[in-house]
Each structure stands twice: as C-alpha cells, then as structure tokens.
Design a protein around this ligand. Sequence first.
Ligand code: GLU
Length: 446
Amino acid sequence: MKVKEIMKALEAKHPGEKEYLQAVEEVLVSIEKVYNEHPEFEKAKIIERLVEPDRIFTFRVTWVNDKGEVCTNLGYRVQYNAALGAYKGGLRFHPAVNVSMLKFLGFEQIFKNSLTNLPLGGGKGGADFDPTGKSDAEIMRFCQAFMYELWRNIGPDQDSPAGDVGVGGREIGYLYGAYKKLAREHSTGALTGKSYGWGGSLIRPEATGFGAMYYVERMVKEKKETMKDKKIALSGFGNVAWGAATKAVEMGAKVIAISGPDGVCEIKDGITKEMIDYMLEMRASNRNKVEDMATKFPKAAKFTAGKKSWTVKCDIAMPCAFQNELSEEDADMLIKNGVKFVAEVSNMGCQPGAIAAFQKAKLPFAPGKAVNAGGVATSGLEICQNAGHINWTAEEVDVKLHKIMNDIYDMCVEYGKNGKTIDYVKGANIAGFMRVAKAMLAQGII
Ligand code: GLU
C-alpha cells in the first residue's frame, strides 16, 4: 500500500469530503508499515475494501413543528464494516451533518469498536436537524419521523444505533418508542443508551466520560504522576464532559474549564458536584449556552464570550465537544501554558496540525478512538444484558468498563511503544486495524 496513491484516488472519487479524507489518512499513515509487512492483506485488498462503507442509507425526514409548519431534514445511516459484528455506532443530530461527517465518524468507529474487543462492527448515522431551541414535542416528532425510515435497517443482530452529539437519553427514548411500535420488537438492543428500567444499562450515561478518565489516569501513571489536584480543561458541557467531570472530581482532580459554542466558563477552584448536576439541566434546556453556568453560579464560574477552554492554563486538556475543535494555534497556546497531557474525548477533536504540535513537544497525546471507547463498550454491555434479559449492577458494569479501558490502554502501548515514548495514535490505529483485517481475511472476499 502507498498512502499517497490511495489518498489521491479517494480525493478524486470523493471530492470535498474533508473530514472523511482526514480520518482515513490518519489511520493509513499509522498502519502503512505494519500493513506492508502482511502481503496477504494487500492480496485481499483489505484497505480498498475498508475505506468504503458497506452501504449508506439516505432518507427524507419530514415532521411538523409547534407552529404547524412542515419541515424537512435529511437522515442517514452509514453501515461501514461488519467484520467483527453487527454495525454499531451513534446517531448525530446537528445542522452540519452530511455524508462526509458521518463517513469519518463511521470509519473511526470501526477501529474504536475493535479496540473494545467486543463483537461490534462499525456504523454511524444522524440528521442535519438542529435541536437548539426545539421544544420537547418537536424533538419527539422529529425522532418518530426519523425512525419511520430507519427501523427496517436496524436490529440487535443487524445494526444498533445509540447517541452522539445532539442525541441523548431523551432522544433515544423517543427513537426506541417509535422503533418498538414499528418493528414490534419490544425488548432488544436495537438501540443502546436506553434508560435504566426499560432495557438501559446502568453506567451507560457516564461511560464515555468515566472511560476517558480511566484512560487518562493510566497516561498520568505512566509518567509516575497522580490525578490528585491535576487541573483539567474540558470543552463542551454535554453528556461526555459531564461524565468526565464526575469521574475527575472523584479522582481528586480539578475541572477548571468547560465551554460551549458561546464561549468558556473558567472555574478557578474546580467544578463542584452541584455544578456538574446543573450541566444536565443546561443540556435539557436546548439553549446550548455555557454562559448559563456562570449565571447560576456567579461566584464560582467566570464566563468569557468567544473564547475556548484552551486559553485556560491547565495540566490536562480534554476536548469533549466536536471534531477539529482544537487547532494548531490552540495547541501552541496549551503548550506555552505548560499542558502535560492531551486526551481527545470527542471524535477527531484535534486538527492534524495540533496533533503534530503536541507530538513535536513530546507530550503524551491520545486519540479519541481509544480514549472515548468506553461509551460504545458499555453499549456493547447493554446489548449483552438485553440478549440475556438481565440487568447488571452499576458496580458490575463499571468493573467491566474499567477492565476494557485498561486493556485498550495496554494495547495502545503494545503497538505504539517507540523506545521510551509512546505513540498512542499509532498504537490505537494499529491495534484496532489488526483485529478487523484478520477478521476480513478469515471471512473471504465479500
Ligand atoms: N457515539 C458514541 C461514539 O462515538 C457511542 C456509540 C455507541 O454507543 O454505539 O462512540
């Protein structure tokens, strides 16, 4: 395989699919050497088959808003690769959603799911629907209209969507309710991220954030340091940042920044339990404004409009919001301010220039597909519980999640160790790829 040639061909075939091309290139560069040591991979054209999704469904979603107006959005499901199991991955509702974004997310998901060591293929979906400012009834009607189309193509042994940006517990509830009505399947893992009591798993809401902190704790330990009093800057204030903040505080660290599209909230003395609880209310309000935290807690939090979390001096930076949210300029600022560790929690949260800057500065940098894998891993555990018609305790799930994250960390070290340094990006990409490639090889040319 020659990465340059493959990328040239893909650019010609999929012009303008920026995020997709970026995600593919990152993986190919990491695995090039290992891939070329396996002529059997090349013979089976593993890369050519892996970079194209198995199929993409695109559908119209028409619904009625509270004013009685008819609205139309576009819905998608990208079923990317099923070598390891049924397609699995979240749904994103965001106005910028398009094929390129979902292909990048689906592609990343293949390797992330592989890292969990669970039998999960990769997929992703969503719609260009903007939940900001929508009423609860509008959200419900949109979810129902979305499911009118999607239900035929999902199921626990076929494809199992979950949440992502703009899709949380409430949306999964409406989507699952509509799915059950249409499919007449009432007790399955056709969707994950359900609430506890009707098929959901304990710890699933916290899992992405908890898993990320378990991974970061290992990065910190590797440098013979501890989490105690480490200053952590998070971005976003959604489900992922909420889970990460909860676990960070439990570990004795201090979350000193959260952010939103409107700006940053600096929390000098560290976020409190009350503030973490308030993040849930902020998300449920659909206002998408982090300023609300400073309005509610004026003494503890200081809001600055138009600024990102990366302007706040910290030990650990963890992007938790959106792809490419941390630029090379942001990385330079973090490095100048003495950041010690960077862990992506959002998918592809750092721009390539930012990753290069962290690596050049010899800072431990870990990619989203490893750090945030706890979310989908716990979705996998939810499917297991659904299939067995049982509920595990929070402790049982957390122990399994913790072990999965430790195993992912170990795999990243095994494949990414380079003398005294660890290239977590390379480690995650190679470890994730090898399992998928071997499965594809074993299953023949399909
Ligand atoms: N959207 C999450 C992710 O990026 C979770 C996916 C899932 O649970 O299926 O991994």
